[in-house]
Write a protein that binds this ligand. Structure first.
Ligand code: PMP
Length: 453
């Protein structure tokens, strides 16, 4: 169906009739002045499409922001949220509760890897990451290994914007303006290798040995100081960096050898994007914790969740039973609206077989990605499930400018929403798309990229 007019229409007119009124909203991760000079405003959404403020239907090739895996405004999810807000709008979950997060957690652990049987609720990916890092530190302390305080991330990693997340993260721009960050953090080398792996179809063949970099850090710091390693199985924000075949298995082995916890940040890969509920399952590598958000509620109510292993959880459950086991939580942990949205989202994923659909379409998607290889500006394509990246050659002296051009032309002229990060076009469409949508996305991209030669 077509996106229809909504509650916000009155406010839409207010915001757009006076451009100076846009100054008050300090936009996140945006060039505010550039945007406000040429705004791109969305006022409606349905299925595979957004509606722009000027009434155009925009094909969504980014699933919102990697989060609307079931497409937009799905009636079942809409109804669930509407009913919930009219029934129980909020209830505390500190020493109190309501049934929904218990039900939701049970549903979630049923689709999670075997030993991840406990869920801590947050409101975002950033909060999930900080929660997992804190659980890792407190876990070692609970077991009398409080000397394990060091956290290991990876170059180019993105783990949200909390102080924990930017400390273990490895994207320079997200770190360098904010002081010295958490002490005792180190980073593994990244795995992007265009020389050996350009235009891989699926996982790159070369680079499993880069996992040995963890042994370097163990040698440098001693295993007894290291609490946890956190990596994105597929790094999204760095421009979709896929793990070399065997790399994650090797990381797991090295962590096991040294008593180090392994955390997978699956904020992007969780909930079907690469064809399974979690990348851990797709890759057959079991982490000790998984951080999630985004697709958990199909993006429609903010929510995150940390999946925690029995071993970690049980280490906290040993003291007197009137003792708070973990001094951590958010006012909105397990919020009723988010729980209702998540339950309806899980139902939708299951009933429509959307994780399986990502597998069904994977090879059609891969063919479409690989067909861009011939374009002179394209230096790499990367794909897995329904995620994709097209890396463009930088214009001399203007990193990112070419990809930004492609993005604005696609939006303003071609009615196509893509995402760019640096010189990379990142694609993560809703999993409900069909072959015609894929054809349109790549036909448009081929011609717009060619124009920017
Ligand atoms: N971790 C990863 C891997 C992410 O991709 C993101 C967001 N793109 C986050 C954490 C942060 O999530 P949020 O923006 O919901 O805080």
């Amino acid at each position: 169906g077509k996106p229809t007019a909504g509650y916000g229409d009155h406010y839409t007119r207010q915001a757009t009739s006076r451009p100076e009124a846009m100054d008050a909203f300090w936009m996140p991760f945006s060039a505010n002045r550039q945007f406000k000079a040429e705004p791109r405003l969305l006022t409606g959404a349905s299925g595979m499409f957004y509606r722009s403020v000027d009434g155009r239907e925009i094909l969504d090739a980014t699933g919102g922001l990697w989060c609307c895996n079931a497409g937009h405004a799905r009636p079942r999810i809409v109804d669930a949220v509407q009913q919930q807000i009219a029934t129980l709008d909020f209830a505390p979950t500190f020493q109190m509760g309501h049934p929904l997060p218990f039900t939701l957690a049970e549903r979630l652990v049923a689709i999670a890897p075997d030993h991840l049987n406990h869920v801590f609720f947050t409101n975002s990916g950033s909060e999930s990451v900080d929660t997992a890092l804190k659980i890792a530190l407190a876990y070692h302390r609970a077991r009398g290994e409080g000397h394990r305080t060091r956290l290991i991330g990876r170059e180019k990693g993105y783990h949200g914007v909390g102080f924990g997340g930017i400390s273990v993260g490895g994207l320079p721009n997200n770190r360098k303006f904010f002081g010295s960050l958490l002490p005792g953090v180190d980073h593994l080398r990244h795995t992007l290798d265009l020389e050996r792996n350009a235009f891989s179809r699926g996982l790159p063949q070369h680079g499993a040995e880069l996992a040995e970099d963890l042994e370097r850090l163990v040698l440098l710091h001693d295993a007894s100081t290291i609490a946890a390693v956190i990596v994105e199985p597929v790094a999204g924000s760095a421009g979709v960096v896929l793990p070399p075949v065997g790399y994650l298995q090797r990381l797991r082995e090295i962590c096991d050898k040294h008593g180090i916890l392994l955390i997978f940040d699956e904020v992007i890969t969780g909930f079907g994007r690469i064809g399974k509920a979690f990348a851990a399952e797709r890759f057959g590598v079991m982490p000790d914790m998984i951080t999630t958000a985004k697709g958990l509620t199909n993006g429609c109510v903010p929510m995150g969740a940390v999946f925690v292993s029995d071993g970690i959880h049980d280490a906290f459950m040993r003291g007197p039973d009137n003792m708070i086991e973990l001094f951590h939580g958010y006012t909105y942990s397990g919020h009723p609206l988010a729980c209702a949205a998540a339950l309806a989202t899980l139902d939708t994923y299951a009933e429509e077989g959307l994780f399986e659909r990502a597998i069904e379409l994977e090879s059609y998607w891969a063919d479409a990605m690989q067909a861009l290889q011939g374009l002179p500006n394209v230096i790499d394509t990367r794909n897995l499930g329904l995620i994709g990246a097209i890396e463009l050659a930088s214009r001399p002296g203007a990193p990112g400018a070419r990809a930004y051009d492609v993005f604005t032309r696609c939006f303003h002229r071609e009615d196509l929403l893509i995402r760019v990060t640096g010189d990379v076009i990142a694609l993560s469409p809703p999993l409900i798309l069909d072959r015609e949508h894929i054809d349109r996305i790549f036909r448009t991209l081929a011609h717009v990229i060619a124009e920017t030669a």
